[in-house]
Design a binder for this molecule. Structure first.
Ligand code: TXA
Ligand code: MG
Length: 338
């Protein structure tokens, strides 16, 4: 098990942060909370340190990492920032928005996976900001899960996935957004959504007056979206899929339910397991609790999970639908997740 250091999420102890920052400067791996999910951090300018991230996660080496900064100005050392990008940084940083921009060429290929672009983000979590600032480095960090597992939203999930392949885990409690950042490609004429996430697309459009091209069909996608994601070890069925109830009943055993409504919208009384039923009062709460719920249900004796897909795509619901669809896609996808 890795070393876990508890820190106050709002007012982290500078001594603990200083120690973690020293680890990063020495080329070691530090997991830390962001407002979205926990990240597995390394010195983003050190090829050997970045390579350790791929080994620790079992991540395919062609899937680039996000570079994290503690100020918009610092991001300009790694990428070319045009007016539109600067405006987005002003509007949404710090926060769950990642911007893909042309690389200045100083970021090693171990981070960019050989692309001529870099994904940059300034998280809003006080622990993340303090750590990055104290390290004095851009911090490369994917989600701190092992490949094929749901992203971690607390320190225990990080530790149980990565064990001693991470040198230190800063435990700042559960994360608040619960799903990863929105990834927006700004390298072309149009803003392109590569991954829906914590920053709602309609907010980006509303506040910039520009249009965001949704990924789909022939739109270029983020390398990471090619891989299978968030696959729980217990099969997951979407409540509105064809024959969902019959499929779930065919598994037999204990049927778990996740949704904003209760299981009675699909099942007769007693068909699902009351102990394994989770209801969330809002899409925000569903998003916050989803990955933790998947991990809990995996080890709870459930034979199958039936999840209610939000009926709309407003706000966080777009990202929530995306993660539920990926978790349910099972064998349809091949390869590993990021
Ligand atoms: O919320 C988050 O973004 C979390 C926290 C830790 O910041 N990080 C995260 O990282 O989710 P990861 O590695 O699990 O997902 C990063 C995504 C992947 O889909 C990757 O392919 C994409 O961003 N990405 C990274 N660099 C890219 C680039 N240059 N061009 C296009 N996509 C890129
Ligand atoms: Mg990930």
């Amino acid at each position: 098990f890795p070393r876990i250091l508890a820190v106050d999420p709002w007012n982290p102890d500078p001594k603990a942060i200083g120690e973690a920052a020293e680890f990063l400067r020495c080329g070691r791996l530090v997991a830390f909370p962001t407002e979205t999910v926990y990240g597995l951090g390394a010195n983003g300018l050190d090829p050997a340190a970045a390579a350790k991230i791929y080994a620790a996660k079992g991540r395919p080496s062609d899937n680039p990492l996000i570079l994290h900064f503690s100020s918009p100005g610092d991001a300009e050392s790694a990428v070319l920032v045009n007016g539109r990008a600067r405006r987005l940084m002003e509007l949404f940083w710090p926060g769950p928005l990642t911007l893909v921009l042309p690389s200045r060429g100083v970021v090693p290929r171990e981070v960019t996976a050989g692309l001529d672009t870099v994904a940059v983000r300034m998280p809003s979590h006080p622990v993340a900001l303090a750590l990055i600032a104290a390290a004095g480095l851009p911090v490369a960090a994917p989600s701190a899960n092992s490949s094929g597992r749901p992203s971690p939203t607390d320190a225990l999930a990080v530790a149980s996935d990565l064990e001693d392949r991470v040198d230190l885990v800063l435990d700042g409690g559960p994360t608040s957004v619960g799903l990863e950042s929105t990834v927006l490609d700004l390298t072309g004429e149009q803003m392109v959504l590569l991954r829906p996430g914590g920053c709602p697309v309609e907010e980006i459009e509303g506040r910039t007056g520009g249009q965001v091209l949704r990924s789909g069909g022939n739109v270029r996608r983020s390398p990471g979206t090619r891989y299978r994601h968030y696959a729980p070890s217990v099969p997951l069925i979407l409540h509105d899929g064809a024959g969902a109830r019959e499929k779930a009943l065919a598994f037999g055993g204990r049927i778990a339910w996740l949704g904003m409504d209760g299981p009675e919208i699909l099942f007769a009384p007693g068909e699902t397991d009351g102990e394994l039923s989770l209801r969330f009062s809002t899409p925000e709460n569903f998003a916050r609790g989803l990955f933790h719920a998947l991990r809990v249900l995996e080890s709870s004796g459930a034979s199958v999970i039936v999840a209610q897909r939000p009926g709309n795509e407003a706000g966080i619901a777009l990202a929530l639908r995306d993660r539920l669809e990926r978790a349910s896609s099972g064998e349809k996808n091949s390869g590993l997740e990021n």
